[in-house]
Design a protein around this ligand. Structure first.
Ligand SMILES: Nc1nc2c(ncn2[C@@H]2O[C@@H]3COP(=O)(O)O[C@H]4[C@@H](O)[C@H](n5cnc6c(=O)[nH]c(N)nc65)O[C@@H]4COP(=O)(O)O[C@H]3[C@H]2O)c(=O)[nH]1
Length: 759
């Protein structure tokens, strides 16, 4: 309001008179303005009041003007100043002149009036302002309450987050808080899953049954889809008129007003919140939207954080899993086993109990892996793991150490025989064939058992004792279990030592071949030589092939060793040929060479390769090479075996069956395979003079071989009596100590120079 001036307070009841006029009766409050010549345009001469007239009843206005002290004020001075002038001169009225022109009068009364008016106006304004202020205050208070509530809700979200990882709890709490805050009847949160689809709905104002009927929202369509895709908020005052409101599922309660905001953080949209129908019926306003957005932002931070925590947790879990479990079978691994063994030892020690450790190694797993491939091998390991686990009680642990090695931990044994029972149960469970990729696969296992506290006091020792007894079980023919004894320990150590040295033997040139002559009984001439490998180890001395060949087969080392034997034998036969004494050389083949280690599709069989290379390198005629295979080799994979034998036969090499009579002795297959020679096993020859049935067997084999046009070589002939019997049975060729032990190449030269062998 402006400053109050004299102009604002001019007195309205002013009577303009001429100076020569005589006063007449007027109202008590009137003031006379006296002019010369004209009341409109004349010169202002002064003022007179009712009191002046009463005091001088006979005077004309000119006298009264002259009698009154003349003071005037400008209209722009403040009322305060005017009052001060009146006070100073004892006046209650003043003329107001602006540049000599009469503007009116100001009286104490008019000023008072104006002041009262002004005060009233000010009071009114103050009231309005006060109300405004009160309203604003109320607004501020309500905002601060809302903000406090929002803050509280956000804090609760974080608290929930700290105490639970279940996101739906978090969201439920979020949507409830927000709906309450904005007084919305319905509210819901939808969160996007990894593939961008809307998942994880939480509702408020809608019961679980209805929520179920509403079902999932159409993904990406309708209004709410827009909110997510465009990352924008949306406010509708009347949904029924909006063309895209069809995006709501049909069972959703009818809604009029809608507020939807995205839950987004750093351009990443996590989902959306929608609220509808405020309880007071009003549409959602900008403040509601701001509040919902602020809330959604808090929620997005929480979700972002929760996701990060979840991701870290999952990563930690999978790291933890990887550290303690075998990825293929899902069984615990060595690390977890260590924990369990330590715990078991602790309890067993306190309760004076025993612990059993079973070390299980599959017997023919390598063959399965090599012939059927790694995928089938892996499947087999999984099935084996399941069968082992099925044999165990709660509290026992099956562990995969790696490869085809498993451990069973029996933490609470009262009797060592219980460990034996479990072992035999496991062996039995492995007997039925496994159906792997349309193949029926048979496997067995060798199990070694060690017992705490009898055999060892910690995990490493328990495993090593069980490992030792497992080797012993293998040695005893596989598919059985053995307890640990100190002798076994020695034997296992030897086996392990052997393996270590065998791995280096080939490259360190520690092998050589000896040759045992095969003799024509009638003439004494040498018809061939069987190549027999010898290993002279600098550390172990002479090692028998009966000891290291099975190990070479188990470890796969037989393949390079076998190739070396073929090459060396062919070179030797070629050198005999070169000096004019062509002699056939017979080479033993092991099953592992025959049934190969993973052949690549379309590539040549590794054995065929090795044979061709050896012949080629030595430049040897194929008919001077004989390949000895056992009956059991023949019986595995009949079709592929037949194919390979035919190929070898076509090359021109000769084929013989070693140890004939000890295996299936199926005579019928002899007709089917391109075999040239049968070698009667030395076990029959050994007792031929004393055991009539052995004699009968040898007789039958010889007769049948003759029928089939096969040569027969009897092995292990040590005595003249045995030789006589064999001659009687018309067995033409023999091999054995009677004529000669296996000879070094130099010794062979000496014998060859003699031309014939005499027993
Ligand atoms: N008691 C007795 N034994 C006789 C007599 N005549 C020969 N022997 C022995 O009987 C074994 C015959 O070889 P095998 O049955 O193929 O049995 C062989 C063969 O299965 C395997 N082997 C030897 N060299 C090789 C090889 O280069 N490759 C493969 N895969 N196996 C081989 O090792 C086995 C043992 O070979 P060796 O110790 O050389 O033992 C040889 C030989 O020394 C006899 O009159 N009395």
């Amino acid at each position: 309001m402006n400053r109050l001036t004299v102009r604002d307070c001019l007195w309205s009841d002013v009577v303009r008179v001429l100076e020569e006029e005589r006063p007449e009766a007027v109202s008590a409050l009137s003031v006379f303005a006296i002019f010369r010549e004209s009341v409109e345009t004349g010169i202002f001469c002064g003022l007179a009041t009712e009191i002046d007239i009463i005091q001088h009843p006979n005077w004309i206005f000119a006298d009264l003007a002259e009698h009154r002290e003349y003071h005037c004020v400008s209209p722009d001075i403040s009322v305060g100043r005017a009052l001060r002038i009146m006070n100073q001169h004892g006046l209650n009225v003043l003329p107001v002149l602006e540049r000599q022109s009469f503007e009116g009068v100001v009286t104490q009364h008019s000023i008072l009036n104006m002041l009262l008016q002004r005060e009233r106006a000010l009071r009114k304004k103050a009231r309005i302002l006060n109300k405004l202020l009160a309203d604003e205050h109320k607004q501020v208070v309500s905002w601060s309450t809302r903000l406090a509530k929002l803050h509280e809700a956000s804090r609760s979200l974080l608290t929930v987050l700290a105490h639970t990882s279940i996101q739906s709890d978090l969201l439920q709490m979020g949507v409830e808080s927000l709906s309450k805050l904005l007084e919305a009847r319905y509210g819901a949160i939808g969160i996007l899953d990894e593939s961008g689809g809307l998942q994880h709905f939480v509702f408020t104002g809608i019961g679980p049954e209805l929520a179920e009927r509403i079902g999932p929202f159409p993904q990406g369509k309708g209004l709410l889809g827009l909110v997510i895709q465009e990352n924008v908020s949306l406010r509708l005052d009347d949904m029924s008129t909006h063309p895209q409101s069809a995006g709501f599922p049909p069972h959703h309660p009818l809604m009029k007003t809608l507020l939807a905001v995205p839950i987004a953080h750093r351009d990443r949209v996590y989902g959306r919140i929608y609220l509808s129908d405020k309880e007071n019926g009003e549409p959602f306003n900008q403040q509601d939207e701001d509040l919902a957005l602020s809330f959604a932002h808090s929620l997005s931070l929480v979700l972002d954080n929760a996701r990060e925590i979840e991701e870290v947790k999952l990563a930690r879990q999978s790291l933890d899993y990887m550290a303690h479990f075998d990825h293929l079978t899902g069984l615990p691994n060595r690390t977890l086993l260590k924990d369990r063994v330590d715990q078991a030892i602790y309890h067993a020690h306190r309760n004076r109990r025993m612990i059993g450790v079973l070390f299980l190694d599959l017997d023919n797993f390598k063959l399965v892996n090599d012939t059927l491939g790694h995928t089938c091998g892996d499947q087999l390991l999984k099935c084996v793991a399941r069968r082992i686990s099925d044999c165990l009680r709660e509290g026992d642990t099956a562990v995969r150490l790696g490869g085809d090695e498993f451990i069973v931990l029996l933490p609470d044994l009262t009797d060592t025989q219980d460990a034996a029972k479990v072992a035999s149960k496991v062996l039995e469970s492995l007997q039925p064939p496994f159906a792997i990729d349309r193949h029926e696969v048979y496997v067995s296992a060798s199990i070694g058992i060690s017992i705490y506290p009898h055999n060892a006091n910690n995990m490493e020792e328990l495993l090593s004792s069980a490992d030792g007894s497992m080797y012993y079980a293998k040695k005893l023919g596989k598919n059985n279990y053995q307890f640990f004894t100190p002798e076994m320990n020695g034997s296992a150590q030897t086996y392990i030592k052997l393996e270590k040295h065998l791995r280096r033997a080939l490259e360190q040139d520690e092998f050589m071949l000896h040759y045992q002559p095969q003799v024509d009984v009638k003439t004494g001439t040498i018809i061939g030589m069987e190549a027999l490998i010898r290993w002279i180890s600098p550390e172990l001395g002479m090692v028998s092939p009966a000891d290291f060949i099975p190990l070479a087969e188990d470890t796969g080392l037989i393949v390079p060793i076998g190739a070396w034997v073929l090459k060396t034998a062919c070179l030797q036969a070629r050198s005999w040929q070169k000096i004019g004494r062509p002699t056939r050389v017979a080479v033993n083949l092991s099953s592992r060479q025959f049934h190969p280690v993973q052949t690549q599709q379309g590539s040549q069989h590794p054995l065929l390769n090795a044979v061709l290379n050896a012949l080629d390198e030595a430049d040897l005629s194929p008919e001077l090479l004989e390949l000895e295979i056992t009956e059991s080799i023949l019986m595995q994979h009949l079709d592929s075996t037949m194919e390979l034998l035919n190929t070898l036969k076509n090359i021109g090499v000769r084929l013989s069956i070693d140890d004939f009579g000890t295996g299936y002795s199926s005579l019928s297959y002899l007709k089917r395979f391109p075999i040239d020679i049968l070698k009667i096993d030395k076990s029959f020859v050994n007792d031929i003079t004393t055991d009539p049935s052995d004699k009968a067997i040898v007789a039958a084999i010889t007769a049948m071989a003759k029928q089939l046009n096969l040569e027969v070589v009897a092995e292990g002939v040590e005595t003249l009596a045995q030789l006589d019997f064999l001659c009687e049975l018309q067995c033409d060729f023999v091999q054995g100590y009677y004529f000669s032990k296996p000879l070094s190449p130099d010794e062979v030269m000496t014998v060859q120079r003699q031309g014939i062998l005499v027993g």
